[in-house]
Ligand binder design. Structure first.
Ligand SMILES: Cc1ncc(C[n+]2csc(CCOP(=O)(O)OP(=O)(O)O)c2C)c(N)n1
Ligand SMILES: [Mg+2]
Length: 381
């Protein structure tokens, strides 16, 4: 399904090539059907059409099992979040990531421990995939003192310095310039880390997004901008909010490499990340990636599952491409996973989620004297 036909013509300007040697950093897929690219020699910008389906080659059975476990954990953990919310144990906003797990898992499995991650409010599963403690995340959701943000951030503000997980931000697009700032800090310190920045497709219409991409490209910052296109911003379909639905063309506006991938396929996500990471670490160039996905739950817990803005049929159709199911099927076909083993992995994930719940539920609330700590202004003196 190519979106090429809808692309606006690219305006040509004389610019230096994005890649120093002018070569494309596009790893071929194992079936020889590498992603097709179009390259404007004057702009040096590559906009890739959707990649051919990725396959499992290049990963070991052990790694594939880890990827499956990571996705299962996120799914089971968030199902418990929905339950806890319904019971009133989680207050405030709560946005679930269910359906999008191949993105978090694929991305986090490719980056290093010293890299940085920053995201929007749909952040629990991404934090889990990054390796933040399930107990600390659940305790944060329950508003407990043992939560990773001291129980004072809640669902939209999962932070963890140990894993360089920089949140958890509620204002759409607000963290995208922070990612550019992190990229600048990496460059200033002459590091070779990357900063991965997740946001939804609705954020590409926010001014801050454009400012950040402009600076990241102008200053050659090692930032990987990941647009998770789940087709809706709250109850508004992208076709109703975005003049050019083919949002990846925005990369061209900033002389940045851009790529669209199937966000339901963890291997496609990993392959695409490999190219972006190489570009960021070696060439110090940013990338904009559009990962096509679908959210199974409502926008937040206050939104009905299928809502009034999409049909049940559409939802069910998209659930046929469940990222966990796709990986399960590939492993099953490869003869490396039995149904019994799948159940065992699933039970393990459920047990971790239960342990996190028990821990959170038995943790104390933040004491009153912490009310004024961890705020920018010291109001106590
Ligand atoms: C600047 C700003 N405007 C409006 C909102 C209200 N709002 C919260 S989430 C959201 C939709 C964002 O959708 P998208 O970026 O696609 O992310 P998704 O929820 O699909 O993950 C909106 C409009 C907000 N938080 N910030
Ligand atoms: Mg969206």
């Amino acid at each position: 399904m190519s979106t090429e036909a809808k692309r606006a013509p690219v305006q040509k300007r004389k610019e230096k090539p994005a890649s120093s040697d002018g070569q494309e950093n596009v790893a071929p897929t194992d079936d020889g059907n590498g992603p097709t690219t179009e390259k404007d020699p004057e702009m040096g910008t590559v906009i890739e059409k959707e990649s051919a389906p990725a396959n499992i080659a290049g990963t070991t059975p052990e790694l594939r099992r880890e990827l499956l476990h990571s996705m299962l954990l996120q799914r089971r953990f968030e199902e418990r979040c929905a339950e806890a919310y319904a019971l009133g144990k989680i207050g405030g906003f709560c946005h679930l990531y269910i359906g999008q797990e191949a993105i978090s898992t694929g991305v986090m499995s490719m980056i290093r421990a010293d890299d940085y991650v920053i995201t929007a409010y749909r952040d629990h599963a991404q934090a889990l995939a990054r390796g933040v403690s399930p107990r600390a995340i659940m305790a944060e959701l329950f508003g407990r003192d043992t939560g990773c943000s001291g129980g004072k951030g809640g669902s939209m503000h999962i932070f963890d310095a140990h894993t360089n997980f920089l949140g958890g931000h509620g204002i759409v697009g607000s963290h995208v310039p922070i990612a550019a700032g992190v990229g600048f800090a990496i460059k200033y310190r002459r590091g070779n880390q990357v900063c991965v920045c997740f946001f939804g497709e609705a954020a590409v219409n926010i001014g801050a997004f454009h400012e950040a991409l402009n600076m990241a490209s102008l200053w050659d910052l090692p930032v990987i901008f990941i647009m998770e296109n789940n087709r809706y911003g709250m109850g508004t379909a992208i076709s109703r909010s975005t003049a050019n639905e083919d949002a990846i063309v925005r990369a061209n506006g900033y002389r940045m490499e851009g790529e669209t991938v199937d966000g339901q396929d963890v291997f496609a996500v990993r392959e695409c990340m490999a190219r972006a990471i190489e570009r960021a670490r070696k060439e110090k160039r940013p990338t904009l990636i559009e990962m096509k996905t679908y959210r199974y739950m409502g926008h937040s817990m206050s939104d009905a599952v299928s809502g009034t803005y999409r049909t049940k049929d559409e939802l069910e159709e998209n659930m046929k491409r469940d990222p966990i199911l796709l990986l399960h099927n590939k492993m099953f076909e490869a003869g490396e996973l039995t149904e019994g083993e799948m159940h065992k992995l699933d039970d393990e994930a459920k047990a971790i989620a239960q342990d996190a719940w028990d821990y959170a539920d038995s943790s104390p609330e933040p004491p009153l004297e912490k009310l004024h700590t961890d705020v920018y202004t010291d109001t106590t003196s």
